[in-house]
Design a protein around this ligand. Structure first.
Ligand code: KIV
Length: 278
């Protein structure tokens, strides 16, 4: 049985921190589920870690559907949410409904996540009324990177902190079942988490959020373009992978690989017959 939106609520109520991680393919999803991580996000961060872009903006709905379908296929317990990418939900609530319906029907996700505060609340309300579970995303909204002038922490002055509180309340009132809070001062994220009934899932928002989400490749040290301040690297797998790949190349070049162990045998009589034909 998969974790459900009701479990998010229960975990907040019971004070159990929610662990969430991004997953994009069979390997990341399987490993995360084996590690007991209850919630996964097929995030548009795949634009950076899977597709090699600098930002999330080029990611399409088809891209998210492609990756989310894999993640739902290979998991059975984890809650899987999928991101609605740039401009797939902001043109109109109808557009958002179409995009969310595709993500749920074609990829089998249990919820959609979308970025925005007060201004997107009416769209969230429409989606929720249509039976679509929505996870909000406030604070740093990577799809607005060009408007923000970079991936900067949000809510650090009085005016923007007040706006964030208003955004959080609007997203909750619109019916979201949870919300990501990205790159927001810890004390402000704590205040938001205390004021809301629904769980907050922080990324760069301090320890007092109701849960945490991290990007698979950051956590494992697989993404080396930059290390976001909010990340703790639990492994340095890129180093391990580079070492292994260069050992493979050395072994191929020196004919140390493959050995008999990685090869298939054939009966000597067969070879003798073959040679006779030469
Ligand atoms: O796209 C993503 O992976 C996200 C997380 C950073 C929350 O939105």
């Amino acid at each position: 049985m998969r974790m459900s939106v009701r479990d998010f609520q229960k975990m907040k109520h019971d004070g159990v921190p929610i662990t969430m991680i991004t997953a994009y393919d069979a390997t990341s999803a399987r490993l995360s589920e084996m590690a007991g991580i209850p919630a996964m996000l097929v995030g548009d961060s795949l634009g950076m870690v899977m597709q090699g872009h600098d930002v999330t903006i080029p990611v399409t709905l088809d891209d998210i559907i492609y990756h989310a379908r894999i993640v739902t296929r290979v998991t059975s317990k984890a809650f899987v949410a999928g991101d609605l990418p740039f401009m797939t939900y902001t043109i109109s609530p109808e557009q958002a409904m179409h995009s969310a319906a595709r993500l749920m029907q074609e990829a089998g996700v249990s919820a959609v996540k979308l970025e925005g505060g007060e201004s997107i609340a009416p769209t969230i309300k429409r989606l929720v009324e249509a039976g679509i579970p929505v996870m909000g995303h406030i604070g740093l909204q990577p799809q607005s990177v060009y408007k923000l002038g970079g991936m900067k922490a949000q809510g650090r002055d009085l005016e923007s902190a007040r706006q964030l509180l208003a955004d959080a309340e609007a997203v909750e009132q619109a019916g979201a079942f949870a919300m990501v809070i990205e790159a927001v001062p810890a004390a402000l994220a704590q205040m938001i988490s205390q004021r809301l009934e629904i769980p907050t899932i922080g990324i760069g928002a301090g320890v007092h959020c109701d849960g945490q989400v991290q990007i698979f490749h950051d956590l494992l040290g697989l993404f080396e373009e930059f290390v976001p301040r909010h990340t703790r690297r639990y492994a340095t797998l890129a180093d391990t992978a580079r070492g292994a790949l260069s050992a493979y190349r050395t072994d191929v070049e020196s004919r140390a690989f493959p050995t008999d162990e990685q090869s298939f045998s054939i009966r000597e009589e067969v070879m003798t017959e073959l040679r006779k034909a030469d």
